[in-house]
Write a protein that binds this ligand. Structure first.
Ligand SMILES: NC(=O)c1ccc[n+]([C@@H]2O[C@H](COP(=O)([O-])OP(=O)(O)OC[C@H]3O[C@@H](n4cnc5c(N)ncnc54)[C@H](OP(=O)(O)O)[C@@H]3O)[C@@H](O)[C@H]2O)c1
Length: 304
């Protein structure tokens, strides 16, 4: 990580820069990991989403900057990176950066299949693995449930062959939660990925319990409501009691609310910035709120 660039990204002033350590937000505390119920393998509870944020095409300066973001994320203790063929050039950009930075062994890579039909699905998933420059992927998910029966059938075979280690389905709308919950009950899945945040809390009241009951890992996407949640918090001070949970930023406040649900395995905030990646991984360090504190956080959030 280039310290000067990191400080520039993080908005540190020249005077402040002289006083700051390289990663000001990450703490020395270990990063919280959670077990994947189907295997017991533990993964860090905060990952990195790549929708829009890593869709930078061939622009050299932007690619270099995203490389710094990825390196900062890994150095802070993150491993889980989520992508999709739906995210423009993101898979290619991540794959190129992972190779250039020699990070494959330190990452837990997830992507998705987003097409209809068995042949098209196989072609797309093969292409994704080529773009991500890996012969074996940690997690392949059916994006937005598109032709999910067909792809899950293919993926069961791929899992047996060892091409993917885990399989799952995703969506990003509360209107799809009922259907996802039914699939969790009827199918054998390793992972579900859904929207969960202080602004989109619906999954907490139902799908999470079903996942816990069925031994399915839960990834929370859109943890900041797609970024819109920051508008609510802008210019507002954190409650003083947030320090009891080692919360140092609104991003960590939102992530810790999500992680206070024990059935959440991992939250995957998307970011283009190194400083934000470090801030976000910091949301998986220190003390976590319990159920009572979680309700207090939600009430404080609504009152903003
Ligand atoms: N159907 C699906 O499967 C599905 C749907 C939606 C999302 N996803 C996955 O979930 C990931 C997360 O969702 P999302 O990217 O839509 O939304 P999000 O993570 O809720 O919000 C991302 C936004 O928050 C900002 N941000 C991130 N960290 C920040 C911080 N510490 N401080 C201030 N701002 C911060 C980012 O801007 P900066 O770049 O400036 O940091 C970005 O604009 C996606 O990237 C994708 O991998 C999957």
């Amino acid at each position: 990580m280039n310290r000067r660039r990191f400080l520039r990204d993080s908005g540190a002033t020249a005077l402040g820069a002289a006083l700051l350590p390289a990663y000001t937000v990450s703490s020395a505390a270990p990063v919280l990991t959670r077990p994947i119920p189907s295997s017991g393998e533990r993964i860090p509870a905060v990952g990195l989403g790549t929708w829009q944020t890593f869709d930078v095409g061939t622009d050299r300066a932007l690619r270099e900057q995203r490389g710094e973001t990825l390196r900062a994320f890994v150095d802070a203790g993150g491993t889980v990176v989520d992508s999709s063929p739906m995210y423009g050039s993101s898979e290619r950009v991540v794959g190129d950066l992972v190779q250039a930075e020699g990070l494959r062994d330190r990452l837990w890579l997830a992507t998705k299949v987003w097409t209809s039909g068995e042949t098209a699905g196989v072609r797309q998933m093969t292409e994704s693995m080529a773009l991500l420059r890996t012969p074996r992927l940690e997690l392949m998910q059916v994006h937005n449930l598109l032709d999910w029966r067909t792809h899950l059938k293919t993926l069961r075979g791929w899992k047996e062959e060892g091409r993917v280690r885990y399989i799952g389905v995703t969506h990003y709308l509360a209107s799809a939660h009922d259907q996802v919950e039914r699939i969790v009950r009827e199918e054998r899945l390793d992972f579900v990925q859904l929207n969960l945040s202080l602004d989109e809390p619906e999954a907490a009241s139902r799908v999470l319990d079903t996942c816990a009951e069925r031994g399915v890992a839960f990834i929370a996407n859109r943890p900041f409501g797609g970024g819109g949640s920051f508008a609510r918090a802008r210019g507002k001070a954190l409650p003083t009691w947030a320090a009891d949970y080692d919360v140092q930023s609104w991003a960590q406040f939102m992530l810790k609310w999500i992680l206070s649900h024990e059935a959440v395995t991992c939250a995957i905030p998307g970011t283009s910035r190194a400083a934000h990646a470090v801030d976000n991984v910091g949301g998986a360090t220190g003390r976590l709120p319990d159920a009572r504190a979680r309700d207090r956080m939600a009430a404080a959030w609504r009152a903003l």
